[in-house]
Design a binder for this molecule. Structure first.
Ligand SMILES: [Zn+2]
Length: 365
């Protein structure tokens, strides 16, 4: 843009009281930039949405918090809260800093256009309707190996119960035409980080972790579903701490496990927050359809910080199918017919979620 135009625009916007500058002139049509948000009078879009839209390669360096976007031989390195970028290894000052808000990193619209068009030479794509579909599901039976999880009075182990339910759920969903993977299909240890890394590698559309509960109080009973967020109450916090304790077992298998814990948890938040709404929605579908038909106490849908959900870049929930420390629920969970019923209800609720998600284009209408 030449200097005279900038001067004219500056005067026009100064007179109109509009604080935006060049992006007003150059904002393209289409879904991507309609989703912009405003910080400090500048318009921003989520970096993940931007990369997704233009089909760009991206990479988070978890240690240094660098966000690298690549296309062929060109690369742009951005950093949350910084207005300095590395464009093909040369330092460039941006109009506005990269913003990091509530777990999402945002790029200024001006920078997004500069990167996509001037650096990567991409044409503005004519907006095509994104197809919202759920095709691939990863089911994660909790625990495994030495990490047995909760144990009941009759000696029932969480790792066995949840593996059986997960296998049944897999078969049910496959019959409906879905592609389903298990993070483990036998009694073996799998690290929490590897579970979500596996789901990400399979490009899964949903991640469903299956667990059974435990409590110091033998009377505690019921069905509950979690999505990742700050803990909504003390019980949720305590449960997250107990399930996250699986991390201690993982140190023992660290040698065979290259998927190490993230050095900087913020980067995981960054990825996950994109899907918090869908995760919560999925949690309610599962909770409402399953608990009512199981004749179990409804303990609620809750948010908690589960490490196993953290690395997933798709909607992710954790289901606690009942308390092994409650004699009645342990007896129920020992019964093949009851585990089959849980798997049937879970698959029905997942299919109902899928149907509504696809009908509403991912809850957008
Ligand atoms: Zn568990």
């Amino acid at each position: 843009m030449n200097k005279r135009i900038i001067l004219v625009l500056t005067i026009v916007f100064a007179l109109s009281g509009c604080s935006f500058r060049s992006e007003i002139v150059r904002v393209p049509d289409g879904g991507l930039y309609n989703q912009s948000v405003t910080f400090n009078n500048a318009r921003y879009i989520s970096i993940l949405r931007f990369c997704d839209y233009y089909n760009l390669d991206w990479d988070w360096d978890l240690v240094s918090q660098r966000i690298e976007i690549k296309k062929d031989a060109s690369s742009v390195v951005l950093r949350p809260d910084s207005d300095l970028a590395l464009v093909n290894n040369k330092s460039v000052k941006l109009d506005n800093p990269i913003e990091y808000k509530e777990g999402v990193a945002y790029i200024p619209v001006t920078t997004a256009i500069f990167v996509s068009e001037d650096i990567f030479g991409l044409k503005r794509p004519t907006p095509t309707k994104k197809t919202y579909q759920i095709k691939t599901i990863v089911i994660d039976p909790g625990h495994g190996g030495k990490n047995i999880g909760a144990v009941g009075k009759y000696g029932t182990k969480e790792k066995d119960i949840v593996l059986d339910i997960s296998k049944r759920l897999k078969r049910n969903l496959e019959k409906q035409g879905l592609t389903v993977y298990l993070t483990r299909d036998r009694d073996k240890p799998v690290s929490l980080y590897k579970r979500t890394a596996f789901a990400n590698g399979k490009n899964a559309d949903l991640f469903i972790s299956v667990h059974a509960n435990a409590s110091r109080y033998s009377r505690a009973r019921g069905f509950e579903v979690y999505y990742l967020s700050e803990a909504t109450n003390d019980n949720a916090r305590a449960l997250a701490a107990a399930e996250n304790a699986s991390l201690n077992f993982e140190e023992e298998i660290a040698g065979q496990d290259e998927a190490s814990p993230p050095a900087n948890p913020t980067a995981w938040d960054l990825l996950l927050s994109e899907h918090r709404r869908e995760s919560k929605e999925l949690a309610y579908y599962i909770y409402n359809m399953t608990a009512d038909n199981l004749d179990m106490k409804k303990r609620g849908v809750k948010g908690a910080r589960f490490v196993v959900l953290k690395g997933a870049i798709m909607p992710a929930v954790l289901i606690e199918v009942g308390f092994l420390t409650n004699r009645r629920e342990e007896s129920k969970l020992r019964r093949t017919s009851f585990r089959g019923k849980i798997a049937d209800l879970l698959s029905c609720s997942i299919l109902a979620y899928k149907k509504e998600y696809e009908r509403t284009d991912g809850w957008s209408r």
